[in-house]
Design a protein around this ligand. Structure first.
Ligand code: F6R
Ligand code: MG
Ligand code: MG
Length: 365
């Protein structure tokens, strides 16, 4: 019997300004989900990373299911009511529509879903990030699925040695989904050529070439394309199945030791290194740093185990120190050059008006 994993996240309000949701908000959401019968879904897990609340649902309704998306939308609406009552900052921020229209994608929340035939053992990871955008997963996914420096299984295991099929989305297209499929290893240079441009090309899914099974699903939403203006960073979510025909969990985690520079951070307008953090971590320094959490689960007929917090291990304390140093290194140069995002990616429009005013003051000599 097939089951579907759906992770849906939204920033619907936080304490202190984009830091983290309140206990009351989380309790409201939990109570709301618990009030549903299990004809709607089989199990759920609720958590947050920075100011983004996420719901992991297991069910039998398939991806893009209207009832599941409606349920998530209603849940975020109920949470928003609590956020408004508590006057949390940015209450309902990511709910960009007044009403639900059949699919939560395109309404603000980020979604990643996979319909799977459960294997005899079904381990998978859930990644949730804050203060960054969907391109943040491009490099780690490339390294985990294509590079023997991070994934020795590509050399050692015949189950993954045939490579993977990447589906990459051109997120500059807003009217229609524009995608390309590339097979590794033969296409890895083409894949790298696309994935270096994190703001335009984003990994949407990955499949095993050996078993044809789906290995990964990521959210690809870009909020400023939906709203027509910037309303916050997209704070992407990602599902990755691990072991056997997929990379080992440690091969998936390995690239997060780099702390690679991603878009986001203060006012969604800077670059900063991606810090692997423990679950339910708050935002802090310079409204960041950009952060990612990874939770491991096993699932049996849709029933989830408790999560294991992958970055809650002494090794990652060392990485967090390194990432803090990388963060300070770039912060030392303030607004200059690579520290700040290019014009088209700035989260705030204020600089446009400033430039318009300055244009008027320019003259030819
Ligand atoms: C970035 C982010 C924060 C805010 C900043 C100012 O994505 O959420 O860095 O941009 O705290 O917020 P406002 O403009 O709401 O005062
Ligand atoms: Mg926010
Ligand atoms: Mg956020």
């Amino acid at each position: 019997m097939k089951i579907t994993l759906s992770i849906i996240k939204a920033d619907i309000g936080s304490i202190g300004g984009h830091l983290q949701p309140s206990d009351k908000l989380l309790n409201t959401i939990e109570e709301h989900l618990n009030s549903y019968g299990n004809d709607q879904f089989i199990d759920f897990y609720l958590g947050y990373t920075g100011d983004d609340v996420f719901i992991l649902l297991t069910h039998r309704k398939g991806i893009n299911n209207r009832q599941i998306h409606q349920l998530a939308w209603d849940t975020f609406m109920v949470g928003t009511a609590t956020a408004k009552k508590q006057r949390l900052y940015g209450a309902g921020q990511d709910l960009l529509s007044d009403s639900f229209s059949g699919n939560i994608k395109g309404l603000g929340p980020a979604v990643a879903e996979m319909e799977i035939e459960e294997r005899e053992n079904e381990p998978f990871l859930v990644f949730t990030a804050d203060k960054t955008d969907p391109g943040a997963y491009n490099l780690p996914l490339y390294l985990s699925f294509c590079d023997p420096m991070h994934n020795p299984g590509l050399l050692l295991s015949p189950k993954i040695g045939d490579g993977f099929t990447f589906t990459v989305m051109d997120v500059s297209h807003t009217e229609q989904d524009r995608i390309i499929q590339l097979n590794t290893p033969e296409d890895i240079y083409n894949l790298a050529a696309l994935l270096r441009d994190n703001e335009r090309f984003v990994v949407e899914s990955i499949h095993s070439r050996k078993s044809q099974e789906q290995a990964a699903a990521a959210s690809t939403t870009r909020l400023h394309h939906i709203a027509g203006k910037y309303v916050g960073k997209d704070d992407p979510v990602l599902l990755v199945r691990v072991q056997s025909h997929f990379p080992a969990v440690g091969e998936i985690l390995s690239p997060y030791s780099i702390g690679h520079y991603v878009a986001g951070f203060m006012r969604g307008s800077h670059h900063g290194p991606l810090m692997p953090v423990k679950k339910n971590t708050t935002v802090s320094y310079f409204d960041g740093p950009p952060m990612v959490n990874a939770l491991a689960f096993c699932v049996s007929e849709g029933k989830l185990t408790e999560p294991v917090d992958c970055f809650d291990q002494p090794f990652w304390d060392h990485i967090r120190d390194k990432v803090s140093r990388k963060s300070l290194d770039l912060r030392e140069q303030g607004f200059s050059g690579p520290a700040m995002l290019p014009y088209s990616e700035l989260e705030y429009g204020g600089i446009t008006h400033k430039m318009e005013e300055l244009e008027k003051r320019f003259d030819f000599r």
